[in-house]
Write a protein that binds this ligand. Structure first.
Ligand code: C5P
Length: 222
């Protein structure tokens, strides 16, 4: 795999709806980094499984990943709760994860030239996809707060769902993501813990920015 030299690599892991995506986007924009929401790839595969249940085998998956464009990951239908739940089931499959890994690693280590580096968020980024990241964060929040935030997002998308349903679905997803055998979600020792329960978006961003700036200044990169 081709690797660009002297780029900034940020790895973020987090449970569902902890605010990692919002933060990663803001950080990526600020430092001009290529942002990849890796959960969207599993969501995209879940969508394909719903749409083409009979065709959904490893050969089909590999072909779709080969043809995958970043814009394919921005479709609104990928955001539904149903797709998220199916994605976490698909994400348990070792062969599927392997097929997705090279796509993710390639963008992490070889982001488009116009960017100074990359920022990826997901469940196994800090220890599997970018183990040598310059910055590693584990972002979390109380499950009830996460459910409220996800409910707000889904309501914004005009989805008919109750708080109780969202809470149940997030708890199920946590159970599956933390307890699966292959690449479970965990905080690595070298990841910095950011708990967003009592912090607004701006406060979270500034907290992370301070950590990044300090290291970049020390290394003479800022
Ligand atoms: O981040 P998001 O909630 O969109 O991810 C959907 C699902 O994809 C997660 O619940 C998780 O099971 C799976 N996932 C994963 N590894 C990643 C990113 C997401 O297993 N790096």
């Amino acid at each position: 795999m081709k690797k660009r030299k002297k780029i900034i690599k940020i790895a973020i892991d987090s449970p569902a709806a902890a605010g990692a995506g919002t933060l990663a986007k803001a950080i990526s924009k600020h430092y001009n980094l290529f942002y990849l929401d890796t959960g969207k790839i599993y969501r995209y595969l879940a969508f394909l499984k719903i749409k083409f249940p009979k065709k959904f085998n490893l050969k089909f998956i590999k072909l779709k990943i080969k043809k995958l464009k970043i814009k394919d990951l921005s479709y609104k239908f990928l955001l539904s709760d149903e797709v998220g739940t199916k994605a976490s089931l698909i994400a348990k499959n070792k062969s599927i994860r392997k097929a997705v890994h090279s796509f993710q690693k390639n963008l992490a280590y070889n982001p488009p030239k116009k960017f100074k580096g990359s920022c990826l968020d997901g469940r196994d980024i800090t220890y599997n996809i970018i183990p040598d990241a310059d910055f590693k964060f584990y972002i979390t929040a109380d499950v009830k707060i996460r459910a409220l935030r996800r409910l707000k997002e889904l309501k914004h998308l005009k989805k008919k769902i109750t708080y109780k349903e969202v809470l149940k679905s997030i708890k199920n997803r946590d159970k599956s993501d933390f307890n699966r055998k292959i690449s479970p979600l965990r905080k690595t020792k070298d990841s910095l813990l950011i708990n967003t329960t009592n912090l607004n978006k701006r406060a979270c961003f500034l907290k992370i920015k301070k950590i990044i700036d300090r290291k970049l200044i020390l290394n003479g990169n800022l």
